[in-house]
Design a protein around this ligand. Sequence first.
Ligand code: 6GP
Length: 838
Amino acid sequence: RGSINLLPFSAIRRNMMRDNTFSKKVFIKTVSDNLKNKYRKTIDDATQQELYQAVSEAVKDVIMDEWIATQRVMDKDDPKVVYYMSMEFLMGRALGNNLINLSAYKEVKEALNEIGVDINAIEDQEPDPALGNGGLGRLAACFMDSLATLGYPAYGCGIRYRYGMFKQQISDGFQIEVPDNWLKDGYPFELRRPEYCYEVKFGGYVQESTDENGELHFEQKDYQSVLAVPYDMPIVGYDNNVVNSLMIWDAEPKNGFSLESFDQGDYDKAVEQENLARNLVEVLYPNDNHVKGKELRLKQQYFFVSASIQRALARFKKHHSDLKDLPNKAVFQMNDTHPTVAVAELMRILVDEEHLSWDDAWDITTRCVAYTNHTIMAEALEKWPIEIFQRLLPRVYQIVDEINRRFVMQINERYPGNEDKVRKMAILYDGQVKMANMAIVAGYSVNGVAKLHTEILKNQELHDFYEMFPEKFNNKTNGITQRRFLAHANPLLADWATKKVGAGWITDLTMLSKLKAYADSPVAQQEFAEIKRANKVRLAKYIKEHNGIDVNPDSIFDVQVKRLHEYKRQLMNILHVMYLYNKIKENPSMDFYPRTFIFGAKAAAGYRNAKKTIKLINSVADVINNDASIDGKLKVVFIEDYKVSNAEIIFAAADVSEQISTASKEASGTGNMKFMLNGALTIGTMDGANVEMFDEVGADNMFIFGMSSDEVISHENRHDYNPVDVYNNDAELRKVVNQLVDGTYSPNDHELFRELYNSLLNPQQGQVADRYFILADFRSYANAQQKINDYYKNKSAWRKSALLNIAHVGKFSSDRTIQEYVDDIWHLDRITVNMAGV
Ligand code: 6GP
């Protein structure tokens, strides 16, 4: 074993190796033992699902050793830990990713191959755990991957929703939401940890009492409570033996029927506690960049935050007795305002349970919590009616009230008599608890997620706070993990890159800059083109299987995949498709490179315009795809149930990446980076991280169009944008907009798309016409699209640009982002996990 420890091989090899060669035999033996013990089956009669479970158990066996070793190091070294608190973790499938990070993917693939098992089919058996909506949740998942890979001690803290994001079905062109029971077959990569249960209390009232020393005590009485039970998921670092944990909390009734309640004869209350536990973690709220102040959601927030902080403090106390050391050992990063109640909960525990003075508790808390803002969309700002907050969390509310009282004093000191400042900045105002304000007041760091976004926060949205606390504000441009989105998603390109520049890019994405040397090489261009084509064939096959549509892999694959939201402007994209279709019909011989427009997007269940946009895309697809007269030049595909697992296939196959949000609205975007990594060229606005992509890759390799964020914001402030003018002055655009309501795409119901039409031209009460400047930007969008058409014909130029995109993607690794968080905010030390002797 001694010699094996010297080898730079992953753990799976160590376990499954004999004489320095990977023992496929041992691996297969493990799999078949698992099948026998779990199902009383052999490899030959096992189902694919059973094989998936058995393979996963074999892989888990390897992970467990590293997980134990990592925990041992954490116990021994007692390093500072980041707790990444997030309502959402959009992890995607684990099996393939774990194998990649154990650097055992190829070996296992071959081993399975030898017994006639296709690893892709096995991977497809895994549910795609969608415990998140979109960008915010996926970012959290990328961060977990990078933290482990860089060797930083971290816990993800979240909720184990029984039902994550719904499964999307398309029926007659409409979205239907179907529950996604991801746990139904059992999830092999989770570990129930009943030994770390905590009680979380809701409701009741606060009883005040004075002890013999005259000290005040506060006790929550007559409450309902649940037991929070954590499930840990391993987060495997890349080839470094580090395995961090994602702890997601399940809720269970405290002890079935609580005895105390029975003593009081309060049967109803016992039943309520049962129901509370059942409902609490039942389902993820399916809104992206939007909140509705639902009581159950506040319960979810407090539930996972309270449990996570209790577990963090218990860990801390194993090594320390003085809570003043907490900021040296723990930092709580709040992923948007959703976990902001952490501020008050930590204060409550320090003051009520640990008996610290308010000032000491505040000093500790404000050195332990930090806040990330992910959006400036007003509808995403969390505000809770005081009535709900106080009823649900009576003691926590008192603490918020005191934090607010002291902060308002501070505002008054700094701006005497300025009620406007109080109105804008107070935590409690107008009968509401404003979570962002609490996060900023308590957090020692406030960060945006791209340069432009952070500037907008400082200069507009959060300007008052910036003036008061400039030192808190900082930028952390988002990133993505290349392990999932290149190594796993695009093995052909990954191997090719490794051949050209070595494997270093897997943990240092800037190494891809060496590809610049190949950008002009005809051979490299050709190789890249073949890989892209193979990936397009793979996606075409997926589309054929799932949508029944034939698409031409030699057409331009033009892709917009992301949540459906008006500010992301899928509507502009499909209007432009309608516009192209009109042009082709009018002039069949016009110069036009065949194009396949691919969409994928889930809409929040209650978001009417978003759902209508999905229907519109499908209706346009129906008409265009069935029109033989255009000779297949134009195709439109809406991919059902867009999720992490099919995203991986989609990014790899894209030629054109649509990043067309109204400037200033997309805080960063991360899909944009995944496309770039896979050699797609971006058509986009100067919004979010597009701006920084532009800085990296330059105007020659990206198609920028549309109004700047300054222009958008100034129109918004001056209320001087009138889409009717644009409509009147552009006949082609007018025709397209009219087609929304003339039956071209809805012959049986001309009114079907009236709401979309109205959103552009006839605002209903309380709305703004074309709030997202679709008509304003349309012409410049169409022009940029025309440039793409022309440029693509120049194969060598296009491929060169694609290669240059890949070569300049280095900055957008989440490894870089995490290193910045560590340097500027978290101040963590790396751990080293040595498997010698394990
Ligand atoms: C998203 C932003 O919309 C997106 O631009 C960004 O890349 C992502 O967060 C990660 O930072 N925001 C959300 O998903 C959200 O719900 C509250 O914000």
